[in-house]
Every structure is written in structure tokens, then in C-alpha cells.
Design a protein around this ligand. Structure first.
Ligand code: SAH
Length: 302
């Protein structure tokens, strides 16, 4: 999974209609704007500490960052921008959207002495998982010239890679001050289940088809993520469902303001809002977990 995704992201921009999948910030500017507003608000309530940085993990095309930074600027916050991104193709797109950003290969390279305002949307789901059947790790093998899983049964998933990223971000935020908003699809409680999925051209595909040419992800275990963050010394709020969270942050008012400014786009804006919020679309499967320094306030909407 790690090798496939490294190749996959290094060789293409997978986002949007012409690609394989579409993410919330690519659906509507409202998503990034509300995240920016929530970060500016938590920073203000923390006493506007000096030197705070905007950090995004796996920023895609830089769309979320550019929308969030615009909203932060109108709230009086203009932080330096740090992107953790390994794909050269996506770094190029990010540079077009946010020219003054600084890029890093890993979280370890982020500045160590300033508060961090961290965003990760659909980042953890792309990090590799392990699957186990009756306590034995499931492997992919070449059987009769084709790729196949070596065992079936009730599956339990773990992700040392996600745990490591979560612990690192939570540890940094706890020590340096700040907050992290983790948004992804996943479940509230740890439990068995096979959630590995492959997506190509906006449709589910066979898991072992075309290695490195389709998006491999799995659902995030938010209970586990919260436990790892707490063990690293951070405070945690959530997870909460994306739809109600965006509604508490004011997406209805934002949609109305955008529609008033561009009446001919009213139906399109409403359709985007519904896609982000409705429980039968992205509103319920997608969740938000907030990780913060113990002395920082809880971000809005939780
Ligand atoms: N957050 C964006 C993109 C999500 S796709 C959005 O919401 O649109 C996943 C992103 O994570 C891509 O930018 C991909 O290049 C990046 N990524 C995947 N694995 C990574 C890794 N191990 N280290 C850094 N970035 C990674």
C-alpha cells in the first residue's frame, strides 16, 4: 500500500473531475474558509500567541490552504505556511495556489518553537495499513501469476504509519501550543472490518488491479487516533460528523452570503453545501477530530 501510493501520488494530480476522486475543498470554497475561520478563532481565544504557523499535511492542490488563509487574513491572522508533501506534481500545484509556502518531506522538519495550526484533510486515509485475520497478518502474494491475498476471514486493521503521524503531530501541538483539525472518512469506535478500498476514475476498483495506478485508502479509526493523540500529551475533542460540524461553524450563512453575491450560482452553491453536509453524502461518513495543546481552548463546532 505504501509503495503503491508513493508511486501513485508522485506521478499525477489525482484530484477533480478528470482524475480519480474529489475532496471537500475541491467541491466548495466554503470548506476551507470555515476551517480557516475556526483556526483564526481558536488562535484568538488562545490569546493570539506570536509566531503561529499554518501547517497542512498532504495539501493536494493547495485549494483548502488558499481558502483557509483568505478567511484567516480577514480575521487578522497571516501565518507563515508550511506544507508536508512528498509528491513533486502536487507540490507544483500547491506553489501555484500558495506561492509563499515552505515545503517539508516530513513532520519532523516543521519548526519546533512556535504554535502550530494544523490541517489534515483526507491525509490519514492514504497512509498504509496492515490487515490481520485471526491474529495473523494478511499478505499479498503472487499466485498463478496474479496478485492475491493469502488469507480471508474477519479482518482487523491497524496502521502503525497513522499512529506515528498522529503521535508526532499531537506531541508537537502539546509542546509548542496550537491545534490540529483532522478530517477524514472513518468510524467513531474501534472494531473489526475490511475497509481497504481502491478508487479509479471516481469508481471503486479491484484492490489488486493496476498497482500504483489507483487510489488505495482505508477508513480512519478515530477512537484509536484520539487515544494515540492523548497518549502523546494532547487534549482531544470529537470525533464529530462533518455535516453538523460545518453547520455549527455557519455554512448556511456562508452559502447565503455567496449566493447573494452571485445569484445565478445559487443552485450550484446549495448543491455543494448539500454534498458536504447531507448524511447520505459526505456529512456523516466524514468526521472531524480536534487535537489541541492542553492549555489551548477547544476549536469551535465541537
Ligand atoms: N488534502 C487534500 C489532498 C488529499 S489526497 C485535499 O483535501 O484535497 C492526499 C494528499 O496527501 C496528497 O497531497 C498526497 O500527495 C499526500 N500524501 C500522501 N502520502 C503522503 C506522505 N506519506 N507524506 C506526505 N504527503 C503524502
Amino acid at each position: 500500500m505504501e509503495a503503491c501510493n508513493t508511486y501513485y501520488y508522485a506521478t499525477r494530480d489525482p484530484l477533480g473531475a478528470a482524475g480519480d476522486f474529489t475532496t471537500a475543498p475541491e467541491i466548495s470554497q466554503m470548506f476551507g474558509e470555515l476551517i480557516g475561520a475556526a483556526l483564526a478563532d481558536v488562535w484568538a481565544r488562545a490569546g493570539q500567541p506570536r509566531g503561529a504557523r499554518y501547517v497542512e499535511l498532504g495539501p493536494g492542490r493547495g485549494t483548502l490552504a488558499s481558502d483557509a488563509l483568505r478567511a484567516m487574513r480577514s480575521a487578522g491572522l497571516q501565518p507563515p505556511v508550511h506544507f508536508v508533501e512528498t509528491s513533486p506534481v502536487l507540490r507544483q500545484a500547491q506553489a501555484a495556489a500558495v506561492p509563499h509556502a515552505q515545503w517539508h518531506d516530513s513532520i519532523a522538519d516543521l519548526p519546533t518553537d512556535v504554535p502550530l495550526l494544523v490541517v489534515a484533510n483526507e491525509f490519514l486515509d492514504a497512509l498504509p495499513i496492515r490487515q490481520h485475520v485471526a491474529g495473523i497478518e494478511r499478505h499479498v502474494e503472487v499466485i498463478g501469476g496474479a496478485l492475491a491475498f493469502d488469507r480471508d476471514g474477519e479482518i482487523v486493521e491497524t496502521s502503525p504509519a497513522r499512529d506515528a503521524v498522529t503521535a508526532e503531530i499531537a506531541g508537537r501541538v502539546a509542546k509548542q501550543g496550537g491545534a490540529a483539525l483532522i478530517v477524514d472518512y472513518g468510524h467513531t469506535a474501534t472494531g473489526p472490518g475490511d475497509t481497504l478500498q481502491a478508487v479509479r476514475g471516481h469508481h471503486f476498483a479491484g484492490l489488486l488491479d493496476k498497482p500504483g495506478e489507483q487510489d488505495l485508502t482505508s477508513h480512519v479509526d478515530f477512537q484509536r487516533t484520539a487515544e494515540v493523540a492523548r497518549s502523546a500529551g494532547a487534549a482531544v475533542a470529537g470525533p464529530v460528523e462533518q455535516g453538523p460540524w460545518l453547520e455549527r461553524l455557519g455554512i448556511l450563512a456562508r452559502a447565503r452570503a455567496l449566493a447573494n453575491a452571485a445569484p445565478d450560482r445559487t443552485a450550484e452553491i446549495e448543491a455543494c453545501r448539500a454534498r458536504l453536509c447531507r448524511p447520505d453524502q459526505m456529512g456523516s461518513l466524514f468526521k472531524l477530530l480536534a487535537i489541541r495543546a492542553p492549555e489551548w481552548p477547544t476549536p469551535a463546532g465541537l
